[in-house]
Design a binder for this molecule. Structure first.
Ligand SMILES: Nc1ncnc2c1ncn2[C@@H]1O[C@H](COP(=O)(O)OP(=O)(O)OP(=O)(O)O)[C@@H](O)[C@H]1O
Ligand SMILES: [Mg+2]
Length: 595
């Protein structure tokens, strides 16, 4: 098969779901997709160093050797790191977990951003790009090995993977363009050519997957069959992950394509917030210094405590008390430090009556368990409530809950209780809906026909100074008083934009005769009509660089930006000669090079 940069000509679509807590992949053949789109393969068997585990995904943990080369990822990395800790040999190794959230809402993200290793030991940090690239490379290689094992590679006939695979990486819909470009560059470092890669937005992917589910597989409140997502249906997708909660509202159009009705929204209210609440609870009992000493002296016990909490939290409810184990080493550390039995502490704290300690057993009341889930639960419910208050949600009568955290009964019940008139649908294998949907997106990205802008986008320009303008923004060109740092809006927030359709072009001119490029600073704002790029609602996103051709005698170009895709796209050409120019966004330049 001829190499092509277009996913339509690839034989296989492979999606990598690189999650905050867990990662996995799925793939399907073009031929299978045409016959039965639901025929998607996902790897559900992950191995540790010592055994094979039946699991839909593997933990997002990366272990690098002291020389910073790759050692392992996932269960295998968890297990090996734990044995290194056991032998006190971990100090020179690098262990990273849950680092995806570094990209969330991070307007300081650059190519130089570093991630700290889990031990938090001094100096143990590495470039985030390398850490992400190692992880993506692992998932990619694991998938390629899996294909080989299944003799799929024979079918393809020894071609290089980039000749027959179109790759898709999933990302939260609420991420900004910096984070998206970061993932694209990490994927490139991991050996995935940019032309062979699409980014899929997680809740959108999940909606595509739910669309093809056979009706009888849907579990609903009433247990009746649903005619799911037929034309005219308006629904909300709640993608509840480990890090983020990502919400979109869509409508199914008569041709079965999907239209976004409101910009993607959400926040950092995922499942890891419960882990953090548990950690804070323990700290409130033993005190921060003892907890820190415990983490440093007994890292293996600390890791085991986190792992056992992960299992326990899936089984708890808020109507009865439950027992959680805490390490004996932590109890002893506290008692040695304070000369007091730890069991006696709860009655002296604000937790009195809500929790008990008995040796290494921590018994939490239903009320206390409920409190651990409170922040996530309330943030999610309040956010959904605020969306339903908008007119665009008037006819939305279904809520699709996907992502691993949507399997949490406490969250499910909170949603059902607050929205009794909505149909809450949780597809089977809610955690895999995203990666499987991402495969569908890779086969046919045109299934999503429009989206809504998450911000106002614009560029920084100057204009003539007007009375009332801030005096510190005034500068002179000849005798003309000008005002700098003006936010010139390209498109406002929450505007519907069609996929693949650029906005009407805007014209820019090079300032000097001999300029070879035009650099345009791009800004975003949460407001509809920001005035200055220095307003508190505005952030610098990065720059657009356009190469000027020698043949462009008047030095003027037309720039058309497309906002409807999962990433920003730009097209530039000479205003007169209509020749296409090379135009590139850079949202990740290091701080000292920024405007
Ligand atoms: N039954 C359950 N009860 C409570 N929490 C659960 C349950 N099942 C999974 N989780 C939590 O869901 C989260 C994992 O969900 P998922 O795999 O969708 O997240 P992710 O892809 O790693 O994160 P993200 O999509 O935010 O990057 C974890 O925090 C996990 O503890
Ligand atoms: Mg996820």
């Amino acid at each position: 098969m001829a190499a092509s940069s277009d996913e339509r000509f690839k034989m296989l679509v492979a999606a990598l779901d690189f999650g905050t807590t867990y990662s996995g992949y799925a793939f399907s053949f073009k031929g299978d997709y045409a016959n039965d789109p639901s025929k998607i393969n996902a790897n559900t068997m992950w191995t540790t160093g010592s055994k094979s585990l039946f699991s839909q995904k593997t933990p997002t943990c990366l272990l690098l050797r002291p020389d910073k080369t790759f050692h392992s990822f996932g269960f295998e990395a968890e297990e090996h790191y734990s044995s290194l800790v056991d032998m006190d040999e971990h100090h020179s190794w690098y262990y990273f977990r849950r680092f995806k959230m570094l990209l969330h809402n991070n307007m300081d993200l650059t190519r130089d951003t570093k991630v700290r290793d889990e031990s938090r030991e001094k100096g143990k940090e590495l470039p985030a790009l390398d850490v992400f690239a190692h992880s993506i490379r692992y998932l990619k290689n694991h998938l390629l090995k899996h294909l080989k094992k299944k003799s799929v590679a024979n079918l393809i006939g020894g071609e290089e993977d980039d000749e027959y695979i179109h790759w898709v990486l999933t990302i939260p819909a609420i991420w900004n363009d910096r984070a998206k470009q970061f993932m694209r560059e990490a994927a490139k470092e991991a050996g995935i050519k940019s032309t062979n890669l699409s980014l899929a937005l997680e809740p959108e992917a999940a909606a595509l997957f739910c669309k093809i589910l056979p009706l009888e597989k849907q579990t609903t409140e009433s247990g009746t069959n649903l005619s799911m997502l037929k034309p005219g249906t308006r629904y909300m997708v709640l993608d509840l992950g480990g890090g983020t909660v990502d919400v979109t509202v869509q409508e199914v159009l008569p041709d079965h394509t999907l239209k976004e009705l409101h910009k993607a929204s959400g926040g950092a209210w995922g499942g890891t917030k419960i882990d953090e609440a548990f950690r804070q609870l323990i700290i409130s009992i033993v005190g921060a210094p003892v907890f820190q000493e415990f983490q440093e002296k007994y890292p293996k016990d600390y890791l085991e405590m986190l792992q056992s909490f992960e299992t326990k939290k899936r089984a708890v409810n808020t109507s009865s008390k439950d027992t959680f184990r805490i390490p004996v080493s932590l109890v002893e550390l506290f008692e040695d430090e304070f000369g007091e039995k730890l069991d006696l502490i709860p009655s002296k704290t604000r937790h009195r009556g809500k929790l008990e300690l008995n040796g290494d057993k921590l018994i939490l009341s239903g009320e206390m368990i409920s409190e651990m889930f409170k922040h996530s639960r309330e943030s999610i419910v309040e956010h959904v409530e605020s969306l339903f208050a908008h007119p665009f949600c008037k006819d939305v009568d279904k809520i699709l809950m996907v992502g691993g955290f949507s399997e949490c009964v406490i969250i499910q019940e909170a949603i059902k209780k607050r929205f009794p008139n909505k149909r809450v649908v949780i597809p089977p294998d809610a955690g895999l809906a995203i990666v499987k949907g991402a495969v569908l997106f890779g086969h046919n990205p045109k299934m999503i026909i429009s989206r809504n802008t998450k911000w106002t986008y614009g560029v920084q320009t100057n204009r003539n100074f007007k009375p009332g303008d801030p005096p510190d923004k005034m500068f002179k060109v000849g005798n003309v008083e000008k005002c700098k740092e003006i936010f010139s809006v390209h498109i406002g927030v929450n505007k519907t934009v069609e996929v693949g359709t650029p906005l009407p072009p805007k014209r820019y001119r090079a300032l000097h005769r001999d300029d070879e490029t035009i650099d345009i600073p791009i800004y975003i704002s949460s407001e509809e009509q920001p005035e200055f790029t220095t307003d508190s609602s505005c952030s610098y996103l990065g720059k657009l660089t356009i190469e000027l051709q020698k043949s462009n005698s008047d030095r003027e170009i037309e720039v058309g930006m497309t906002f409807g895709g999962t990433e920003l796209v730009v097209e530039a050409k000479g205003t007169k000669n209509k020749e296409v120019c090379v135009a590139k966004f850079d949202f990740l330049e290091s701080k000292d090079k920024q405007f």
